[in-house]
Design a protein around this ligand. Sequence first.
Ligand SMILES: [Zn+2]
Ligand SMILES: [Zn+2]
Length: 267
Amino acid sequence: MIKRDGHIHTPYCPHGSKDSFSLYAEKAIESGLEEITFTEHAPLPEGFNDPVPEQDSGMKPADLEKYIQDLESVKKQYQKDLRIHTGLEIDYIEGFESQTIDFLNQYGFHLDDAILSVHFLKARGQYVCMDYSPESFEQLITLTGSTDLVHSLYYQTVLKSVQADLGPYKPKRIGHMTLAKKFQRLYPPLESHEDEIKQLLNAVKLHQLELDYNGAGTVKPHCQETYPTPAIASAAYKMGIDLVYGSDAHTADGLMQGTDQLIALNP
Ligand SMILES: [Zn+2]
Ligand SMILES: [Zn+2]
């Protein structure tokens, strides 16, 4: 029985739905959840030019204060039935570490919980949002030379995010660590990337971070599995790494997605 969801988007997501905080909270209670974290996409680092056509990967910087205030009131509103945490999903973008540190130093104090995720990869000097569309993934295949090289670049970038010194407010949880598999049925990798994954898990353990055990891939037609996969989740669990279920819901109906495919989780 899943009691906690540590990865939920909100009406502040420019590429998500306008479902209200209350709708999410009520659906969470109905589903038997006791604890949730709203983790909206943080504003992208200053100076970073969002490569997706709509330029809507992150929250608008001007909305951030209001987001935090809204969460304070929704926390109070549901305090009897649900523990609600204020969080953000923060992008790790290679080359923008100092802007990310500045952001965390300014706003980290408001956060109860947060996720550090890689969506953007830097290939041949160009930033591409890997998970935006099959076309963006294909663009990375062209830039790197192969599907396996995209996977390697992804794991290397996640490793950098794990090792990066982002100051005292660095998020404690690494988002969807196998997101490179989102389009695996269209672009199947030929290699297992076992060594890179092992290296990554060792670093997560060493830095005492947690893993987002993300259900969103299960409903993506070209993926159909959790991030990380059951085998990697099981290896992480055996190493004593905490896995925190995350629906990564962008609608209230998306809560609990993928919970039917999780291996036994730590309490
Ligand atoms: Zn999103
Ligand atoms: Zn994400």
